[in-house]
Write a protein that binds this ligand. Structure first.
Ligand code: CA
Ligand code: CA
Length: 271
């Protein structure tokens, strides 16, 4: 028969087996931490940040050592930012750029592809708002009904669900209009694919490829797109010349390190 231990002895026993510290994971080379110890006492807060030119993709910047002996939250994941001149959107983990040269729709598709990008989708209000902020004039978005009239599909192959057509559009005017542009105010219009407009490109955020969500070392290096120089300035935004009154004046989406989109100085380059 099992003997019962006195309450006082149980307390001592439990205090001996209870965790008193939290071990810290091996640090990701792209992550800085406030803590140099390999383990910290319960109740300690540990702060994490991304090294220079790397940006927060996911995880927590402050994690606490709880009574179970483990850190709260999830590991901070950092990755390299968008190439210079491209804007980051956290909702899609993608980079965006408006090119100023006016070219045909098919040429714009090819131009984006040369950057490892696609003609940009605009599948949510967040994505549409970002494109509107980048917009310097009517510009192609990656939407067309070339294969089947009035059956618009996105450049990534997905069907049209979120839509911001301008009133009366798409109207397939004249001899036919199968390709979409973003108009002033962020609404869309189908236009003849042979006409020439600026265009938006979209590419995956480098850190969204081949990474994990742990703080353990990730030996994989994002392979695409190549990033030669990185900006570290505080993100700023262009001042759109045409903005709907209802459009927020500050980014509605978080960016790389501060929850905002990054603006660099090389915007406007053509392919
Ligand atoms: Ca059409
Ligand atoms: Ca039209």
């Amino acid at each position: 028969m099992q003997r019962k231990l006195p309450t006082q002895m149980l307390r001592i026993y439990h205090s001996q087996i209870s965790a008193t510290t939290c071990p810290l994971d091996k640090l990701n080379p792209h992550v800085n931490t406030s803590e140099e110890r390999s383990e910290v006492p319960i109740g300690t807060s540990v702060t994490y940040s991304c090294v220079e030119t790397y940006y927060e993709v996911s995880g927590d910047t402050v994690r606490g050592c709880d009574v179970s002996g483990s850190l709260t939250g999830t590991a901070l994941q950092c990755g390299q930012g968008c190439p210079p001149g491209w804007y980051f959107l956290r909702e899609t983990l993608s980079c965006y750029h408006q090119f100023d040269t006016k070219i045909r729709f098919s040429e714009a598709e090819a131009a984006c592809a040369s950057h490892g990008a696609i003609l940009s989708t605009s599948k949510s209000s967040a994505e549409n708002d970002l494109l509107l902020r980048l917009r310097q004039g009517d510009a192609w978005i990656g939407l067309n009904d070339t294969s089947s009239e009035n059956n618009f599909v996105w450049s990534d192959g997905s069907p049209l669900i979120y839509a911001r057509w301008h009133r009366g559009e798409p109207n397939n005017w004249g001899s036919g209009e199968d390709c979409a542009v973003m108009r002033p105010g962020g609404t869309w219009d189908d236009r003849s694919c042979g006409r020439k407009y600026r265009y938006f490109c979209k590419m995956p955020y480098p850190a969204s490829t081949g990474t994990t969500t742990t703080t353990t070392m990730n030996p994989e290096t994002p392979t695409w797109p190549p990033v030669t120089t990185m900006k570290t300035e505080t993100p700023t935004w262009p001042t759109p010349t045409t903005m709907k009154p209802t459009t927020p004046t500050t980014p509605t989406t978080p960016g790389p390190s501060t929850g905002q989109t990054t603006l660099t100085t090389t915007k406007g380059k053509d392919c």
